[in-house]
Design a protein around this ligand. Structure first.
Ligand code: NAD
Length: 368
């Protein structure tokens, strides 16, 4: 068998069900290694609460440098009630923020796909969501979550004032818009850019820069501008009108959560965070399910591993340039759902309930 180049993948399972779902991803990577002669070099380490328990630090420098050197980081989830009272700098979420910031992961990709087998799990009518396939691209390292000045201050009259600053530069807008246009090229060739240019100057700049990039480099892509509040409404009214949505950090946070609920279950939703190219031309990236550590079901073997497995499929596609393998994996997930296998979160009448590891095994059996 001809072996191809070793690809470094770092698994950071984290806390709660993160450990259970990433274990299934690991099985799949090992399957690709043994059966498809892909040579993934898997490393695994602690992050979040698990790292705090051992090192009193949610991410050690050693793990951080491993992440820098990996072609793809696959994260489970971090957090849990045990860590809720820690000081801010020690909290599990700090590890995530550090990874996103230091790896400069400026584009967060969240697909909202409604699997035909799970149409009934959505709170919307089947005809509204059936066949839904949207990609939301959220700017992740700028905007109001990072802008200065920020803080809470005492003011003259004895009241307090809380301040956050919403600001974007041309470059921050263009680089995330480019990701959206490139994705649209491979999909439905349509981008909707969302902001609040009716009331915010940063929104006016956003609209102008996205339009100018389209005019210069992406003439064949259809571009629509939409106010973010209208987009929130349109996502519920007629979500299938969208192909790729690109928006800032704050609106993206809200709109991507809204879109995720169109699909029914948190346990199915993957995400990718992409950054700038490193010196070797590789894009820095981190892949994780949208869900958290789900302390209410952790350790019971009932978590749905599909969101993590589909996150790995995104890694195959966007970081490892293995589109064919990504297709095979996504198809295997569809086939398992077609056969009626369901974890507890998506079970319905007439379907067969399986555990986390049985779901992973069933998907592997379809890869064959
Ligand atoms: P959550 O996503 O962990 O859980 C919300 C609900 O969805 C729970 O009822 C849970 O059982 C269910 N659920 C989530 N994922 C599932 C899966 N794969 N299969 C089946 N059911 C699933 O959100 P939460 O309860 O608000 O947060 C729990 C902890 O996770 C908190 O500490 C929070 O800070 C953390 N969190 C971490 C991340 C992350 O690591 N990226 C994201 C969100 C929340």
């Amino acid at each position: 068998m001809i072996k191809v180049k070793k690809r470094k993948i770092l698994l950071l399972p984290g806390d709660g069900i993160g450990q259970e779902v990433v274990a299934e991803v690991k099985k799949i990577i090992q399957w690709f290694n043994s059966k498809k002669s892909l040579d993934f070099d898997i490393d695994e380490d602690l992050v979040g609460g698990a790292a705090y328990d051992k090192h009193k630090n949610p991410i050690t420098d050693e793990v951080f440098y491993k992440a820098l050197e990996s072609e793809a980081v696959i994260l489970g989830a971090v957090g849990g009630p045990k860590y809720d009272n820690l000081e801010f700098s020690k909290r599990p979420e700090r590890a995530l923020l550090k990874l996103r910031k230091e790896l400069k992961l400026f584009a967060n990709l969240r697909p909202a796909i409604c699997f035909k087998q799970l149409v009934d799990a959505s709170s919307l009518k089947p005809e509204i969501v059936s066949g839904l396939d949207i990609m939301i691209v959220r700017e992740l390292t700028g905007g109001i979550y990072f802008g200065e000045p920020r803080g809470i201050k005492l003011i003259e009259n004895g009241e307090r004032r809380g301040t956050n600053t919403h600001s974007y530069t041309t470059n921050e807008i263009i680089r995330v818009a480019r990701v959206a246009f490139e994705l649209a090229k491979k999909r439905g060739k349509k981008v909707t850019s969302c902001e609040k240019s009716n009331v915010m100057e940063a929104g006016v700049l956003w609209r102008e820069e996205v339009q100018s990039l389209k005019d210069k480099e992406f003439k064949d892509i259809e571009l629509n501008h939409m106010l973010a509040d209208n987009c929130a409404m349109q996502l519920l009214r007629n979500p299938k009108q969208f192909d790729v949505i690109v928006t800032d950090n704050l609106f993206g946070d809200i709109l991507s959560d809204e879109a995720s609920m169109l699909t029914g279950s948190l346990g199915l939703l993957p995400s990718a965070s992409l950054g700038a190219k490193d010196k070797n031309g590789n894009i820095r990236s981190m892949y994780e399910p949208v869900h958290g550590s789900a302390p209410d079901i952790a350790g019971k073997g009932i978590a749905n591993p599909i969101a993590s497995i589909l996150s790995f499929a995104m890694a195959l596609r966007y970081s490892l340039n293995l589109d064919k393998e990504a297709d095979i994996l996504e198809k295997a997930v569809q086939e398992v759902l077609d056969e009626g296998l369901r974890t507890k979160d998506i079970i319905s009448k007439g379907m067969k309930e399986v555990s986390t590891s049985q779901m992973g095994d069933a998907i592997i059996s379809k890869l064959k």
